[in-house]
Design a protein around this ligand. Structure first.
Ligand code: CA
Length: 227
């Protein structure tokens, strides 16, 4: 999942970036409203963390423009402690959740995960496909009783496949979801991650199918038929 952070407080932004990257999100950061507006218009992100008090175009304006373009990406706004009206207007303008500064990073991350779950229509903290189970809080995964370890990037790819199970995902789409602007990995790298995922999962009976010319597919039927 790829997150855009819009925050002009460098220190806070760096903290958010760090905690999200450690959890396997691909994260981009901009520090003003104009850049945020441009980035969101490109539609590459799965979620945006949007500070309201920004130089130039403020967060509410960015949000208003986002929703007026019909974009449904989940938005978490960040507001100053004493500004209740920002919070209310933010929600009225279509924000999905808010955090009041200062806040605990743990709570921030938990709320963000909840937002993503709501957005993709998943109700629990565990994602599953056949025998494969991913715990999105502890970042542990199992196939049946066997625990499987993944690198952060492998995890990001696998989580994306699980969230979109039953759909064929192109290399470009996966790449966009797991890489930020600073990553210089090529679409071919996705093939490398896929082959690593396969070598870990296939002996346990979970298949990632390649649909030639289209992309990759993980579905429960495949996972179960191998049991
Ligand atoms: Ca600010």
């Amino acid at each position: 999942m790829r997150v855009l952070i819009v925050e002009d407080d460098d220190l806070l932004a760096a903290g958010l970036l760090k905690v999200l990257e450690q959890s396997g999100y691909a994260v981009d950061w901009v520090n003003n409203g104009e850049l945020a507006d441009r980035a969101l218009n490109d539609g590459e992100h799965d979620l945006v963390v949007l500070d309201i008090g920004l130089p130039g175009m403020d967060g509410l304006q960015v949000l208003k423009r986002l929703r007026s373009r019909g974009q449904t990406i989940p938005v978490m706004i960040l507001t100053a402690r004493d500004d209740v009206s920002d919070k209310v207007r933010g929600l009225d303008f279509g924000a999905d959740d808010y955090m009041v500064k200062p806040f605990e990073l743990n709570e921030f991350e938990a709320r963000l995960r909840a937002l993503i779950r709501r957005a993709v229509g998943v109700s629990g903290v565990r994602l599953s496909c056949g025998n494969l189970v991913l715990d999105t809080i502890s970042h542990r995964a199992w196939v049946g009783d066997a625990e499987v370890a993944f690198t952060v990037r492998e995890w990001a790819v696998l989580e994306y496949l699980l969230i979109h199970q039953g759909q064929v995902l192109s290399k470009d789409r996966i790449l966009q979801a797991v890489c930020n602007w600073d990553d210089s990995i090529s679409p071919n790298a996705i093939e490398v991650y896929m082959s690593r995922l396969r070598s870990k999962l296939e002996p346990l009976g979970v298949n990632v199918r390649t649909i030639r010319g289209f992309g990759y597919l993980l579905d429960a039927q495949d996972a179960e038929s191998e049991r």
